[in-house]
Design a binder for this molecule. Structure first.
Ligand SMILES: [Zn+2]
Ligand SMILES: [Zn+2]
Length: 364
């Protein structure tokens, strides 16, 4: 069983407020860090390059792109509402559907927290290729964007956190209740439609990930992963109906539909809003235990609900730490899994803050 007691690993992590440099650095103090990719940032001073960037940005904010985002946001929500309606009105829901909803949410949710976030974005630990591929694929199943784009946006979030340039801060609107609500909407979902990031920034923020052939292969087939994410639960739901004694084409179709609704769309909707709540709620509501250069908060509700990501102030204070729930009572399921992998010999270079680093940034 993995330990969830105090951080005892000796591998030091960064204790300075996050900068582009210390988001992924492996084992040096901030002043010593000079990741190779920092020297590969293209110089964008000439007007032709700037014009190209503007054109690309405009392209990425095109109507077609926004419609795809709108569908990605609304279809899962519609699926959740339809699933609840059908269950309440017609009693059509099986234990299998609930298992696919909850099990799928945990698996794909940890694909985001363990895979996309801690393993890829912050390089909090290293692991064998099959485990790396597994958690990346689980993250792709969550339908929150391709792994490389997700990591690019998240590194940008840490670089500018709650300052101009942050893709999804709730704090960049003027005062007043209306603007605060606008800020909340922007940080939760609106930023997806008005992205202030571009695929051009891939080379700037994630050059290390672009060199990973396995990762690029998963990234290139993102649409296939999304399709599979919906079809697999539909297929399981239909197959389960096929196993009943009085099955018919209608019952198989209904089983597949329920699988699609509960294990596909409703599960994606739950994962979406829990992840987005880290961007919105966990930058507004909760406590701050450590100095960070932003308004990130530790939120106990989302600490438990989001597999450990709700200990968000801890995370912004120590971005490369594989463990976000730094106190014994701050349950962090993703850390339990990573620690278990480490004890099995499947994870190494697992980064945690030293006691000295914790003390130096503590606010109480
Ligand atoms: Zn944050
Ligand atoms: Zn992060």
């Amino acid at each position: 069983m993995a330990s969830v007691t105090g951080p005892t690993q000796t591998k030091p992590v960064i204790s300075e407020p996050p900068t582009r440099a210390n988001l992924t650095a492996t084992d040096s103090l901030p002043s010593e860090i000079s990741p190779a990719f920092l020297h590969q940032i293209p110089i964008e001073s000439d007007s032709a390059t700037q014009a190209s960037n503007v054109a690309t940005q405009a392209n990425e904010d095109s109507i077609a792109r926004r419609l795809v985002i709108l569908g990605t946001v609304l279809f899962p929500l519609a699926g959740l509402i339809a699933a609840i309606f059908i269950a309440s009105q017609y009693g059509m829901v099986r234990w299998l559907d609930i298992v696919m909803l909850v099990g799928g949410w945990y698996l794909t949710g940890m694909g985001i927290t363990i895979g996309y976030h801690r393993m890829l974005t912050h390089r909090s630990f290293e692991t064998v290729t099959p485990v790396r591929a597994f958690w990346t694929a689980m993250g792709a199943f969550a339908v929150e964007g391709s792994p490389i784009d997700w990591c690019m946006v998240h590194r940008k979030h840490h670089q500018f956190s709650d300052h101009e340039g942050d893709p999804h801060s709730p704090h960049l609107h003027d005062g007043g209740i209306v603007n605060q609500l606008k800020g909340f909407w922007h940080s939760h979902t609106g930023w997806l439609f008005n992205s202030n990031w571009s695929k051009l920034e891939r080379k700037k923020y994630v050059p290390d990930l672009l060199e990973d052939k396995m990762l690029v292969a998963i990234d290139d087939h993102y649409v296939t992963w999304v399709t599979a994410s919906l079809l697999i639960p539909a297929a399981i739901g239909g197959a389960a109906a096929l196993l009943t004694p009085d099955f018919s084409l209608t019952s198989i179709a209904a089983g597949a539909g329920l699988g699609l609704l509960w294990g596909g769309l409703a599960r994606v909707c739950v994962s979406h809003h829990i992840t987005w709540s880290i961007n919105s709620i966990c930058h507004i509501f909760g406590s701050q235990d450590y100095k960070s250069s932003d308004d990130s908060r530790n939120n106990i509700f989302f600490g438990f609900l989001s597999h450990g990501e709700g200990w968000h102030n801890n995370h912004h204070a120590f971005p490369t730490s594989a463990r976000h729930g730094l106190k014994w009572w701050q349950f962090d399921l993703s850390w339990v899994v990573i620690r278990t992998l480490e004890r099995m010999g499947l994870a190494w270079n697992v980064k945690l803050p030293s006691q000295k680093q914790l003390d130096s940034r503590a606010l109480d």
